[in-house]
Write a protein that binds this ligand. Sequence first.
Ligand SMILES: Cc1cc2nc3c(=O)[nH]c(=O)nc-3n(C[C@H](O)[C@H](O)[C@H](O)COP(=O)(O)OP(=O)(O)OC[C@H]3O[C@@H](n4cnc5c(N)ncnc54)[C@H](O)[C@@H]3O)c2cc1C
Length: 470
Amino acid sequence: MVKIFWFRKDLRIFDNRALEHFIEDTKPGEKFLLLYIKNRNSFKYFGEMRVSFLYESLKEMVILLKEKGYNFNIIKGDSPIVFKELQSKYGNISVYANRQTEPYSIERDKAIMDFLSTKGSSLKLYSDTTLFEPDEITKDDGNPYSVFTPFSRKCLNLISENHYKSSNCKIEKLSPEDNISSEIFKYEDLKKSPLFCGGRTEGLRLLKEFYKNGLDKYKSQRDFPSVKGTSFLSAHLHFGTVSIRECYRAALKKQKEIKNDEEVKVWMNELLWREFYYHITHHFPYVINSSFKKQYDKLEWNYDEKSFKKWCEGKTGYPIVDAGMRQLNEEGWMHNRVRMITAMFLTKDLFIDWRWGEKYFAEKLIDLDFASNNGGWQWSASTGCDAQPYFRIFNPYLQSQRFDAKGTYIRKYVKELKNVPDKCIHKPDDMNKEQQVNCGVVIGKDYPFPIVEHKSVKENVLNKFKSITK
Ligand SMILES: Cc1cc2nc3c(=O)[nH]c(=O)nc-3n(C[C@H](O)[C@H](O)[C@H](O)COP(=O)(O)OP(=O)(O)OC[C@H]3O[C@@H](n4cnc5c(N)ncnc54)[C@H](O)[C@@H]3O)c2cc1C
């Protein structure tokens, strides 16, 4: 029997639930393998910067484990085939991993589990990615929640130390002599995000910095994209270089340290939004390609490739939208407020199917997380659970004035507008010819006219939603 630990969205050897069980169950003299599979399927939509972040995280693990005398095996291939090969090479295998709740991961794990069990082998899964088990939070009648506030209330009522205490991973208990090594993985040299660096060291640095300088101001700062007011931990949480329990413990510690914990509570609430979208994906797996509110699948979206391309490239003529899309393209990340503005603009002002936007974000985001991306898109498109009601359509100009008043964020990413005066930065096409010449940008030549007129498309969109809303 060979024991295999399969690292997936948990790239750390600290506070890792399945790893704790693996270490406990592996007896001296038992051969074991530490494994990561670079799966072709799951990489289909990954952007270069995301893969680069992942490689950095893997590299750090390779080095750390090597220092401790272990080999971390990174294998390229499709996981079901990899396990077939490992099974035929080693005979019985006992595989440990942390559970993934995305519908396609569940299907894949089931296929692997079924195959292994016919060979007297096994795949054991543990809960690690979220604070709560996928089935743990239900309404009193046992049904799943579809509204965030009561869901979060239930989470806060039920949470106990068991949910957030650190798991006890003493990897040193594994004997290096029993560690099997296989092939050496070749990393490709990929485009890096100027904003993010993978690996646990960096993840912990961000958490520490946020704990010191951001957590107690989170509520006041988090909505302003030109301010460093959020944790920047999403990609680390996705790849598991930092655990959700470490984040929750940090928030609890801060709460005890300060008098008014309102700012911290709002951050904890965001961590629960993440839990909520995992809950939705687990209980309503059809959201993978359908609207949560099924009647909205009848909407006749506008599949206009030309407008979509302009949105992707950040050339809509709406500075706040363009700044967001350019940040995404350049850095592989976008501020949450701007994710909402750009997603709402695509689905309402351009009335383009949220699935197109979801896919584009998936291709670009380093922190791509199926549940949160799908949830965020369906929230913005008003097709989701507890979504923004369809009649509350963001006005991109007002959002811009409110959350980027001086245009600092816009100027950073839409460089051609850098000399536009503050009062015109949100709608530069209002400048007359002389003003345009004075600030070095001719609208229609150096920066586009608005792709649509917000006011006039709004009515049309409302009618489309109204016609199928019961
Ligand atoms: C259209 C759209 C798409 C999105 N796609 C993703 C995605 O693919 N991956 C992703 O992690 N988040 C996604 N989000 C949620 C949110 O924008 C990011 O989690 C956040 O911007 C990450 O920055 P941060 O780590 O500094 O967050 P912080 O503000 O510091 O929040 C801490 C953590 O809480 C979680 N979180 C915060 N806000 C949300 C939220 N609204 N929904 C779910 N979890 C949240 C994240 O894990 C985040 O790292 C999306 C939101 C929208 C509107």
